[in-house]
Design a protein around this ligand. Structure first.
Ligand SMILES: Nc1nc2c(ncn2[C@@H]2O[C@H](COP(=O)(O)OP(=O)(O)O)[C@@H](O)[C@H]2O)c(=O)[nH]1
Ligand SMILES: [Mg+2]
Length: 471
Protein backbone atom coordinates (compact mmCIF):
# COMPACT_ATOMS: atom_id res chain seq x y z
CA UNK A 1 0.00 0.00 0.00
CA UNK A 2 1.47 3.35 -1.02
CA UNK A 3 1.52 6.46 1.10
CA UNK A 4 -1.20 8.03 -1.00
CA UNK A 5 -3.47 5.08 -0.25
CA UNK A 6 -2.81 5.38 3.46
CA UNK A 7 -3.51 9.08 3.66
CA UNK A 8 -6.59 8.50 1.57
CA UNK A 9 -7.89 5.85 3.98
CA UNK A 10 -7.19 8.06 6.97
CA UNK A 11 -8.98 10.96 5.40
CA UNK A 12 -11.90 8.72 4.72
CA UNK A 13 -12.17 7.43 8.25
CA UNK A 14 -12.14 10.98 9.49
CA UNK A 15 -14.85 12.12 7.14
CA UNK A 16 -16.86 8.93 7.38
CA UNK A 17 -17.58 8.24 11.01
CA UNK A 18 -19.45 5.06 10.16
CA UNK A 19 -16.39 3.12 9.07
CA UNK A 20 -14.76 1.16 11.84
CA UNK A 21 -11.09 1.51 12.80
CA UNK A 22 -10.36 -1.91 11.28
CA UNK A 23 -10.81 -0.42 7.86
CA UNK A 24 -8.13 2.15 8.47
CA UNK A 25 -5.59 0.25 6.41
CA UNK A 26 -8.01 -1.49 4.09
CA UNK A 27 -8.51 0.68 1.06
CA UNK A 28 -12.00 1.51 -0.16
CA UNK A 29 -12.63 2.24 -3.79
CA UNK A 30 -15.93 3.94 -4.53
CA UNK A 31 -17.16 3.32 -8.03
CA UNK A 32 -20.05 5.39 -9.33
CA UNK A 33 -22.29 3.77 -11.93
CA UNK A 34 -24.47 6.20 -13.79
CA UNK A 35 -26.31 6.68 -17.07
CA UNK A 36 -29.71 7.95 -18.11
CA UNK A 37 -32.66 5.84 -17.13
CA UNK A 38 -32.83 2.56 -19.15
CA UNK A 39 -29.14 2.86 -20.06
CA UNK A 40 -28.54 -0.44 -18.25
CA UNK A 41 -27.23 0.48 -14.77
CA UNK A 42 -29.15 -2.15 -12.81
CA UNK A 43 -28.27 -4.98 -15.17
CA UNK A 44 -24.65 -3.80 -15.29
CA UNK A 45 -24.21 -3.77 -11.53
CA UNK A 46 -25.96 -7.11 -11.12
CA UNK A 47 -23.69 -8.66 -13.72
CA UNK A 48 -20.55 -6.99 -12.35
CA UNK A 49 -21.22 -8.38 -8.89
CA UNK A 50 -22.18 -11.85 -10.12
CA UNK A 51 -19.08 -11.97 -12.30
CA UNK A 52 -16.78 -10.79 -9.51
CA UNK A 53 -18.21 -13.29 -7.03
CA UNK A 54 -17.67 -16.05 -9.59
CA UNK A 55 -14.86 -15.03 -11.89
CA UNK A 56 -14.93 -17.89 -14.40
CA UNK A 57 -15.96 -15.50 -17.18
CA UNK A 58 -13.52 -12.72 -16.24
CA UNK A 59 -10.30 -13.64 -18.01
CA UNK A 60 -9.79 -10.03 -19.09
CA UNK A 61 -9.32 -8.98 -15.47
CA UNK A 62 -5.56 -9.46 -15.24
CA UNK A 63 -5.37 -9.79 -11.46
CA UNK A 64 -8.01 -12.53 -11.54
CA UNK A 65 -5.54 -15.33 -10.54
CA UNK A 66 -4.51 -13.33 -7.45
CA UNK A 67 -8.04 -13.09 -6.07
CA UNK A 68 -8.57 -15.66 -3.33
CA UNK A 69 -11.97 -14.58 -2.10
CA UNK A 70 -14.84 -12.28 -3.03
CA UNK A 71 -17.73 -11.53 -0.73
CA UNK A 72 -20.54 -9.09 -0.17
CA UNK A 73 -20.41 -6.92 2.94
CA UNK A 74 -23.06 -5.13 4.96
CA UNK A 75 -23.85 -1.78 3.42
CA UNK A 76 -21.53 0.78 5.10
CA UNK A 77 -23.75 3.86 4.72
CA UNK A 78 -26.87 3.90 6.84
CA UNK A 79 -28.62 6.54 4.79
CA UNK A 80 -28.39 5.00 1.30
CA UNK A 81 -30.59 2.06 0.29
CA UNK A 82 -28.74 -1.16 -0.47
CA UNK A 83 -28.60 -2.20 -4.13
CA UNK A 84 -31.03 -5.15 -4.37
CA UNK A 85 -28.53 -7.53 -5.92
CA UNK A 86 -30.21 -10.76 -4.87
CA UNK A 87 -33.62 -9.64 -6.08
CA UNK A 88 -32.30 -8.52 -9.47
CA UNK A 89 -30.28 -11.69 -9.93
CA UNK A 90 -33.25 -13.82 -8.99
CA UNK A 91 -35.38 -12.14 -11.69
CA UNK A 92 -32.73 -13.14 -14.24
CA UNK A 93 -32.48 -16.68 -12.93
CA UNK A 94 -36.18 -17.58 -13.06
CA UNK A 95 -37.14 -20.37 -15.48
CA UNK A 96 -38.80 -17.62 -17.51
CA UNK A 97 -36.43 -14.80 -16.64
CA UNK A 98 -37.37 -11.15 -16.76
CA UNK A 99 -35.31 -7.96 -16.69
CA UNK A 100 -34.98 -6.38 -13.23
CA UNK A 101 -37.49 -3.75 -12.26
CA UNK A 102 -36.40 -0.23 -12.94
CA UNK A 103 -35.20 1.87 -10.04
CA UNK A 104 -35.22 5.62 -9.76
CA UNK A 105 -32.90 6.56 -6.98
CA UNK A 106 -29.48 6.08 -5.48
CA UNK A 107 -28.38 2.75 -4.02
CA UNK A 108 -25.13 1.13 -3.00
CA UNK A 109 -23.44 -2.18 -2.28
CA UNK A 110 -20.04 -3.16 -0.88
CA UNK A 111 -18.11 -6.04 -2.40
CA UNK A 112 -14.72 -7.02 -1.00
CA UNK A 113 -11.95 -8.77 -2.84
CA UNK A 114 -9.10 -10.51 -1.05
CA UNK A 115 -5.87 -10.98 -2.97
CA UNK A 116 -2.87 -13.13 -2.08
CA UNK A 117 0.63 -12.03 -3.00
CA UNK A 118 2.46 -14.34 -5.40
CA UNK A 119 6.08 -14.96 -6.40
CA UNK A 120 8.89 -13.79 -4.14
CA UNK A 121 6.55 -11.74 -1.98
CA UNK A 122 4.73 -14.84 -0.88
CA UNK A 123 5.49 -15.49 2.79
CA UNK A 124 6.49 -11.86 3.41
CA UNK A 125 3.21 -10.16 2.77
CA UNK A 126 -0.17 -11.24 4.01
CA UNK A 127 -3.39 -11.14 2.01
CA UNK A 128 -4.79 -7.75 1.06
CA UNK A 129 -8.43 -6.70 1.02
CA UNK A 130 -9.94 -4.12 -1.28
CA UNK A 131 -13.44 -2.89 -0.51
CA UNK A 132 -15.36 -1.80 -3.55
CA UNK A 133 -18.39 0.37 -2.94
CA UNK A 134 -20.58 0.38 -6.01
CA UNK A 135 -22.91 3.37 -6.10
CA UNK A 136 -25.82 3.42 -8.55
CA UNK A 137 -27.34 6.83 -9.25
CA UNK A 138 -29.42 8.29 -12.09
CA UNK A 139 -27.52 10.19 -14.80
CA UNK A 140 -30.46 12.59 -14.88
CA UNK A 141 -29.17 14.00 -11.60
CA UNK A 142 -25.93 15.08 -13.29
CA UNK A 143 -27.92 16.99 -15.87
CA UNK A 144 -28.99 19.27 -13.03
CA UNK A 145 -25.48 20.67 -12.73
CA UNK A 146 -26.04 23.61 -15.11
CA UNK A 147 -28.97 24.70 -12.94
CA UNK A 148 -26.55 25.59 -10.15
CA UNK A 149 -25.13 28.39 -12.28
CA UNK A 150 -28.48 29.68 -13.46
CA UNK A 151 -31.02 32.00 -11.96
CA UNK A 152 -34.66 31.05 -12.21
CA UNK A 153 -35.12 33.68 -14.94
CA UNK A 154 -32.22 32.30 -17.00
CA UNK A 155 -33.31 28.70 -16.59
CA UNK A 156 -36.91 29.58 -17.50
CA UNK A 157 -35.87 31.41 -20.65
CA UNK A 158 -33.65 28.53 -21.73
CA UNK A 159 -36.23 25.84 -21.01
CA UNK A 160 -38.94 27.75 -22.84
CA UNK A 161 -36.84 28.25 -25.95
CA UNK A 162 -35.78 24.58 -25.92
CA UNK A 163 -39.42 23.52 -25.68
CA UNK A 164 -40.47 25.83 -28.53
CA UNK A 165 -37.78 24.49 -30.89
CA UNK A 166 -39.20 22.38 -33.73
CA UNK A 167 -37.80 19.10 -32.35
CA UNK A 168 -39.85 19.40 -29.16
CA UNK A 169 -42.66 21.88 -29.82
CA UNK A 170 -45.24 19.18 -30.35
CA UNK A 171 -44.32 17.33 -27.18
CA UNK A 172 -44.51 20.59 -25.22
CA UNK A 173 -47.80 21.77 -26.72
CA UNK A 174 -49.97 21.13 -23.66
CA UNK A 175 -47.59 22.69 -21.21
CA UNK A 176 -46.81 25.71 -23.43
CA UNK A 177 -50.54 26.41 -23.84
CA UNK A 178 -51.14 26.36 -20.09
CA UNK A 179 -48.03 28.44 -19.55
CA UNK A 180 -49.31 31.08 -22.02
CA UNK A 181 -52.61 31.26 -20.16
CA UNK A 182 -51.05 31.70 -16.74
CA UNK A 183 -50.24 35.05 -15.16
CA UNK A 184 -46.76 34.96 -13.60
CA UNK A 185 -47.36 38.33 -11.92
CA UNK A 186 -50.68 37.23 -10.42
CA UNK A 187 -51.24 35.82 -6.96
CA UNK A 188 -50.00 32.30 -6.21
CA UNK A 189 -52.89 29.83 -6.37
CA UNK A 190 -51.57 26.45 -5.31
CA UNK A 191 -53.78 24.20 -7.50
CA UNK A 192 -52.80 26.29 -10.51
CA UNK A 193 -49.12 26.00 -9.56
CA UNK A 194 -49.50 22.24 -9.25
CA UNK A 195 -51.26 22.07 -12.60
CA UNK A 196 -48.38 23.86 -14.27
CA UNK A 197 -45.79 21.62 -12.61
CA UNK A 198 -47.77 18.55 -13.67
CA UNK A 199 -48.00 19.42 -17.36
CA UNK A 200 -44.37 20.52 -17.37
CA UNK A 201 -43.37 17.18 -15.84
CA UNK A 202 -45.53 15.35 -18.38
CA UNK A 203 -43.71 17.19 -21.16
CA UNK A 204 -40.30 16.22 -19.73
CA UNK A 205 -41.42 12.61 -19.52
CA UNK A 206 -42.73 12.66 -23.08
CA UNK A 207 -39.45 14.17 -24.27
CA UNK A 208 -37.51 11.47 -22.46
CA UNK A 209 -39.72 8.80 -23.94
CA UNK A 210 -39.21 10.22 -27.41
CA UNK A 211 -35.50 9.67 -26.89
CA UNK A 212 -34.30 13.08 -25.71
CA UNK A 213 -31.62 13.05 -23.04
CA UNK A 214 -31.69 16.66 -21.88
CA UNK A 215 -34.77 16.77 -19.68
CA UNK A 216 -33.76 18.64 -16.52
CA UNK A 217 -34.61 19.02 -13.66
CA UNK A 218 -33.64 15.40 -13.06
CA UNK A 219 -35.87 14.88 -10.02
CA UNK A 220 -38.93 15.77 -12.07
CA UNK A 221 -38.37 12.56 -14.02
CA UNK A 222 -37.16 10.51 -11.08
CA UNK A 223 -38.64 12.08 -7.96
CA UNK A 224 -38.16 9.15 -5.57
CA UNK A 225 -39.70 10.07 -2.24
CA UNK A 226 -39.78 13.79 -3.11
CA UNK A 227 -42.83 13.34 -5.31
CA UNK A 228 -45.33 16.17 -4.79
CA UNK A 229 -43.06 18.19 -2.50
CA UNK A 230 -42.92 21.99 -3.01
CA UNK A 231 -39.29 21.80 -4.17
CA UNK A 232 -40.63 19.86 -7.16
CA UNK A 233 -43.71 22.00 -7.73
CA UNK A 234 -42.50 24.65 -10.13
CA UNK A 235 -42.11 25.16 -13.86
CA UNK A 236 -40.51 27.75 -16.14
CA UNK A 237 -42.36 31.07 -16.47
CA UNK A 238 -41.65 34.22 -18.42
CA UNK A 239 -40.54 37.01 -16.15
CA UNK A 240 -43.04 39.75 -15.27
CA UNK A 241 -41.79 43.34 -15.13
CA UNK A 242 -41.86 43.42 -11.36
CA UNK A 243 -41.24 40.32 -9.25
CA UNK A 244 -43.26 40.27 -6.03
CA UNK A 245 -42.92 37.53 -3.47
CA UNK A 246 -46.54 36.42 -3.19
CA UNK A 247 -46.99 35.98 -6.90
CA UNK A 248 -46.81 32.76 -8.91
CA UNK A 249 -43.46 33.84 -10.31
CA UNK A 250 -42.10 34.76 -6.88
CA UNK A 251 -43.11 31.38 -5.48
CA UNK A 252 -41.59 29.42 -8.38
CA UNK A 253 -38.38 31.41 -8.12
CA UNK A 254 -38.12 30.49 -4.44
CA UNK A 255 -38.85 26.82 -5.11
CA UNK A 256 -36.26 26.73 -7.88
CA UNK A 257 -33.69 28.03 -5.40
CA UNK A 258 -34.82 25.45 -2.83
CA UNK A 259 -34.40 22.71 -5.46
CA UNK A 260 -30.80 23.80 -6.01
CA UNK A 261 -29.98 24.20 -2.35
CA UNK A 262 -31.80 21.23 -0.89
CA UNK A 263 -31.63 18.69 -3.68
CA UNK A 264 -28.84 19.33 -6.17
CA UNK A 265 -26.14 20.51 -3.78
CA UNK A 266 -26.62 17.79 -1.15
CA UNK A 267 -26.36 15.13 -3.86
CA UNK A 268 -23.01 16.48 -5.05
CA UNK A 269 -21.75 17.04 -1.52
CA UNK A 270 -22.88 13.80 0.13
CA UNK A 271 -22.62 11.30 -2.70
CA UNK A 272 -20.90 12.51 -5.82
CA UNK A 273 -17.93 14.01 -3.95
CA UNK A 274 -16.98 10.63 -2.50
CA UNK A 275 -16.72 8.79 -5.81
CA UNK A 276 -13.20 7.70 -6.89
CA UNK A 277 -13.97 6.20 -10.26
CA UNK A 278 -16.90 6.35 -12.55
CA UNK A 279 -18.58 4.40 -15.28
CA UNK A 280 -21.07 6.21 -17.49
CA UNK A 281 -23.39 3.85 -19.34
CA UNK A 282 -24.73 5.09 -22.63
CA UNK A 283 -27.52 3.52 -24.66
CA UNK A 284 -25.92 4.66 -27.91
CA UNK A 285 -27.70 1.98 -29.93
CA UNK A 286 -31.03 3.17 -28.56
CA UNK A 287 -30.27 6.77 -29.56
CA UNK A 288 -29.25 5.71 -33.08
CA UNK A 289 -32.43 3.66 -33.33
CA UNK A 290 -34.49 6.70 -32.25
CA UNK A 291 -32.94 8.94 -34.91
CA UNK A 292 -30.68 11.97 -35.44
CA UNK A 293 -32.48 14.31 -33.03
CA UNK A 294 -31.99 11.79 -30.27
CA UNK A 295 -28.29 11.40 -31.09
CA UNK A 296 -27.75 15.16 -31.05
CA UNK A 297 -29.47 15.41 -27.70
CA UNK A 298 -27.34 12.58 -26.34
CA UNK A 299 -24.19 14.39 -27.51
CA UNK A 300 -25.23 17.51 -25.61
CA UNK A 301 -26.15 15.50 -22.53
CA UNK A 302 -22.74 13.78 -22.53
CA UNK A 303 -21.14 17.22 -22.58
CA UNK A 304 -23.16 18.20 -19.52
CA UNK A 305 -22.29 14.95 -17.78
CA UNK A 306 -18.58 15.47 -18.47
CA UNK A 307 -18.83 18.94 -16.97
CA UNK A 308 -19.71 17.37 -13.62
CA UNK A 309 -16.37 15.55 -13.67
CA UNK A 310 -14.29 18.53 -14.55
CA UNK A 311 -15.41 21.52 -12.56
CA UNK A 312 -13.22 24.57 -13.23
CA UNK A 313 -11.42 26.29 -10.37
CA UNK A 314 -14.07 28.92 -9.88
CA UNK A 315 -16.91 26.59 -10.51
CA UNK A 316 -19.47 26.30 -7.76
CA UNK A 317 -19.03 22.51 -7.89
CA UNK A 318 -15.31 22.60 -7.04
CA UNK A 319 -16.27 24.27 -3.81
CA UNK A 320 -18.79 21.54 -3.02
CA UNK A 321 -16.84 18.45 -4.06
CA UNK A 322 -13.12 19.20 -3.81
CA UNK A 323 -11.73 15.75 -4.68
CA UNK A 324 -11.99 14.51 -8.24
CA UNK A 325 -12.39 11.16 -9.97
CA UNK A 326 -9.24 9.91 -11.70
CA UNK A 327 -10.77 7.48 -14.20
CA UNK A 328 -14.00 7.47 -16.15
CA UNK A 329 -15.17 4.65 -18.36
CA UNK A 330 -17.81 5.36 -20.99
CA UNK A 331 -19.59 2.24 -22.11
CA UNK A 332 -22.06 1.68 -24.93
CA UNK A 333 -24.43 -0.88 -23.43
CA UNK A 334 -26.53 -3.70 -24.92
CA UNK A 335 -23.85 -4.49 -27.51
CA UNK A 336 -25.32 -7.99 -27.79
CA UNK A 337 -27.94 -6.40 -30.08
CA UNK A 338 -25.36 -6.33 -32.84
CA UNK A 339 -22.88 -8.83 -34.22
CA UNK A 340 -19.36 -8.43 -32.82
CA UNK A 341 -18.11 -7.44 -36.28
CA UNK A 342 -19.98 -4.17 -35.64
CA UNK A 343 -18.59 -3.49 -32.17
CA UNK A 344 -15.66 -1.38 -33.42
CA UNK A 345 -18.15 0.91 -35.17
CA UNK A 346 -20.22 1.24 -32.02
CA UNK A 347 -17.17 2.03 -29.89
CA UNK A 348 -15.95 4.45 -32.58
CA UNK A 349 -19.29 6.23 -32.47
CA UNK A 350 -19.11 6.58 -28.68
CA UNK A 351 -15.50 7.80 -28.91
CA UNK A 352 -16.51 10.43 -31.45
CA UNK A 353 -19.38 11.60 -29.24
CA UNK A 354 -16.99 11.81 -26.33
CA UNK A 355 -14.22 13.60 -28.23
CA UNK A 356 -16.74 16.20 -29.21
CA UNK A 357 -17.93 16.69 -25.66
CA UNK A 358 -14.32 16.88 -24.45
CA UNK A 359 -13.44 19.54 -27.00
CA UNK A 360 -16.41 21.59 -25.93
CA UNK A 361 -15.36 21.29 -22.28
CA UNK A 362 -11.65 21.89 -23.03
CA UNK A 363 -11.10 18.64 -21.14
CA UNK A 364 -7.95 18.05 -19.11
CA UNK A 365 -9.56 15.96 -16.42
CA UNK A 366 -9.56 12.25 -15.63
CA UNK A 367 -8.31 9.40 -17.81
CA UNK A 368 -11.19 8.22 -19.95
CA UNK A 369 -11.85 5.19 -22.11
CA UNK A 370 -14.73 4.09 -24.31
CA UNK A 371 -15.87 0.54 -24.95
CA UNK A 372 -18.90 -1.47 -26.02
CA UNK A 373 -20.29 -4.07 -23.66
CA UNK A 374 -23.26 -6.20 -22.79
CA UNK A 375 -23.84 -6.77 -19.10
CA UNK A 376 -26.01 -9.76 -19.98
CA UNK A 377 -25.83 -11.41 -23.32
CA UNK A 378 -29.37 -11.97 -24.59
CA UNK A 379 -28.43 -13.12 -28.08
CA UNK A 380 -26.17 -15.54 -29.88
CA UNK A 381 -24.46 -14.82 -33.19
CA UNK A 382 -25.05 -16.56 -36.45
CA UNK A 383 -24.15 -15.99 -40.09
CA UNK A 384 -26.07 -16.73 -43.25
CA UNK A 385 -25.81 -16.07 -46.96
CA UNK A 386 -28.34 -13.67 -48.39
CA UNK A 387 -28.39 -13.02 -52.15
CA UNK A 388 -24.89 -14.41 -52.42
CA UNK A 389 -23.49 -12.30 -49.59
CA UNK A 390 -22.54 -13.25 -46.04
CA UNK A 391 -24.86 -11.65 -43.53
CA UNK A 392 -24.18 -11.45 -39.78
CA UNK A 393 -27.19 -12.13 -37.58
CA UNK A 394 -28.04 -12.12 -33.91
CA UNK A 395 -30.55 -14.62 -32.56
CA UNK A 396 -32.68 -13.98 -29.51
CA UNK A 397 -36.20 -13.96 -28.09
CA UNK A 398 -38.20 -10.81 -28.80
CA UNK A 399 -39.66 -9.11 -25.74
CA UNK A 400 -42.84 -8.14 -27.50
CA UNK A 401 -43.93 -11.41 -29.03
CA UNK A 402 -41.84 -13.97 -27.16
CA UNK A 403 -40.81 -15.34 -30.58
CA UNK A 404 -37.28 -16.46 -31.27
CA UNK A 405 -35.81 -14.67 -34.28
CA UNK A 406 -32.51 -14.28 -36.07
CA UNK A 407 -32.10 -10.84 -37.54
CA UNK A 408 -29.69 -8.36 -39.01
CA UNK A 409 -30.30 -5.08 -37.18
CA UNK A 410 -28.49 -2.98 -39.79
CA UNK A 411 -24.96 -1.78 -40.35
CA UNK A 412 -23.40 1.03 -38.39
CA UNK A 413 -21.25 3.24 -40.62
CA UNK A 414 -17.49 2.87 -40.18
CA UNK A 415 -17.17 6.65 -40.10
CA UNK A 416 -19.06 8.02 -37.05
CA UNK A 417 -19.41 11.44 -38.65
CA UNK A 418 -21.94 9.88 -41.01
CA UNK A 419 -24.17 9.72 -37.92
CA UNK A 420 -22.92 12.78 -36.05
CA UNK A 421 -23.07 15.26 -38.90
CA UNK A 422 -26.72 14.78 -39.87
CA UNK A 423 -27.52 14.87 -36.13
CA UNK A 424 -25.71 18.18 -35.65
CA UNK A 425 -27.33 19.62 -38.75
CA UNK A 426 -30.77 18.95 -37.34
CA UNK A 427 -31.81 16.14 -39.71
CA UNK A 428 -35.12 14.49 -38.85
CA UNK A 429 -34.28 11.08 -40.28
CA UNK A 430 -31.08 9.24 -41.17
CA UNK A 431 -29.82 9.28 -44.77
CA UNK A 432 -31.33 6.58 -46.98
CA UNK A 433 -28.43 4.14 -46.69
CA UNK A 434 -28.42 4.09 -42.88
CA UNK A 435 -30.99 1.60 -41.71
CA UNK A 436 -31.00 0.57 -38.15
CA UNK A 437 -33.62 -1.30 -36.21
CA UNK A 438 -33.25 -2.36 -32.61
CA UNK A 439 -35.85 -4.68 -31.09
CA UNK A 440 -35.80 -5.39 -27.36
CA UNK A 441 -34.70 -8.90 -26.49
CA UNK A 442 -35.83 -10.94 -23.50
CA UNK A 443 -33.10 -12.01 -21.09
CA UNK A 444 -31.59 -15.40 -21.91
CA UNK A 445 -32.79 -18.58 -20.23
CA UNK A 446 -30.53 -19.21 -17.23
CA UNK A 447 -27.72 -21.64 -17.94
CA UNK A 448 -28.64 -23.85 -15.01
CA UNK A 449 -25.07 -23.86 -13.73
CA UNK A 450 -25.30 -22.37 -10.26
CA UNK A 451 -22.77 -19.70 -9.34
CA UNK A 452 -21.36 -19.30 -12.80
CA UNK A 453 -21.51 -15.57 -13.21
CA UNK A 454 -23.56 -14.18 -16.12
CA UNK A 455 -22.77 -14.40 -19.82
CA UNK A 456 -21.54 -10.99 -20.90
CA UNK A 457 -19.51 -9.04 -23.42
CA UNK A 458 -16.43 -7.16 -22.12
CA UNK A 459 -17.49 -6.90 -18.49
CA UNK A 460 -13.99 -8.15 -17.65
CA UNK A 461 -12.46 -5.31 -19.67
CA UNK A 462 -14.65 -2.84 -17.81
CA UNK A 463 -13.61 -4.31 -14.45
CA UNK A 464 -9.95 -4.19 -15.50
CA UNK A 465 -10.21 -0.48 -16.26
CA UNK A 466 -12.12 0.31 -13.06
CA UNK A 467 -10.34 -1.81 -10.45
CA UNK A 468 -7.44 -3.68 -12.12
CA UNK A 469 -4.65 -1.40 -10.89
CA UNK A 470 -5.92 -1.53 -7.28
CA UNK A 471 -5.72 -5.29 -6.90
N1 LIG B 1 -29.97 -7.24 -24.65
C1 LIG B 1 -29.61 -6.53 -23.55
N2 LIG B 1 -30.50 -5.70 -22.99
C2 LIG B 1 -30.11 -5.01 -21.89
C3 LIG B 1 -28.81 -5.13 -21.31
N3 LIG B 1 -28.74 -4.31 -20.24
C4 LIG B 1 -29.93 -3.70 -20.16
N4 LIG B 1 -30.78 -4.12 -21.14
C5 LIG B 1 -32.16 -3.67 -21.41
O1 LIG B 1 -32.30 -2.34 -20.95
C6 LIG B 1 -33.32 -2.25 -19.95
C7 LIG B 1 -32.93 -1.23 -18.90
O2 LIG B 1 -31.86 -1.72 -18.13
P1 LIG B 1 -31.67 -1.27 -16.61
O3 LIG B 1 -30.41 -1.92 -16.12
O4 LIG B 1 -32.91 -1.49 -15.82
O5 LIG B 1 -31.43 0.30 -16.82
P2 LIG B 1 -31.28 1.45 -15.71
O6 LIG B 1 -32.54 2.23 -15.77
O7 LIG B 1 -30.11 2.27 -16.22
O8 LIG B 1 -30.98 0.82 -14.39
C8 LIG B 1 -33.45 -3.66 -19.42
O9 LIG B 1 -34.74 -3.86 -18.88
C9 LIG B 1 -33.20 -4.49 -20.66
O10 LIG B 1 -34.35 -4.55 -21.46
C10 LIG B 1 -27.89 -6.05 -21.96
O11 LIG B 1 -26.73 -6.21 -21.55
N5 LIG B 1 -28.34 -6.71 -23.07
MG1 LIG C 1 -31.75 1.03 -12.48
Amino acid sequence: MGLADITDSIARVIDDTQSGAKELFEPVLRIGVTGLSRAGKTVFITSLIANLLDRSRMSGLKANPLISAAFLQPQPDDTIPRFSYEKHLQALNLPTPHWPESTSSISQLRLSLRTEPTGILRGFKGPKTLHIDIVDYPGEWLLDLPLLKQSYAEWSAQSLSQARAPARAQLAEGWLALQRDSDPGGALIEPQAQGLAEVFTAYLQAARKAGFSNCAPGRFLLPGDLKGSPALTFAPLSRPDKVRSKTLYGAFERRFDAYKKQIIKPFYRDHFAKIDRQIVLVDALGAIHNGPESVEDLRLALGEILASFRPGKNHILSMITGRKVDKILFAATKADHIHHAQHPQLTGFLEALLADAKDAANWKGATTQALSLAALRATIEQSTTHEGEMLDLVRGTLMESGKEVALHPGDLPADPSRLLNPAKQGAKVWPEDIRYNLPAFAPPKPSGEAQKGLAHIRMDKAAEFLIGDKL
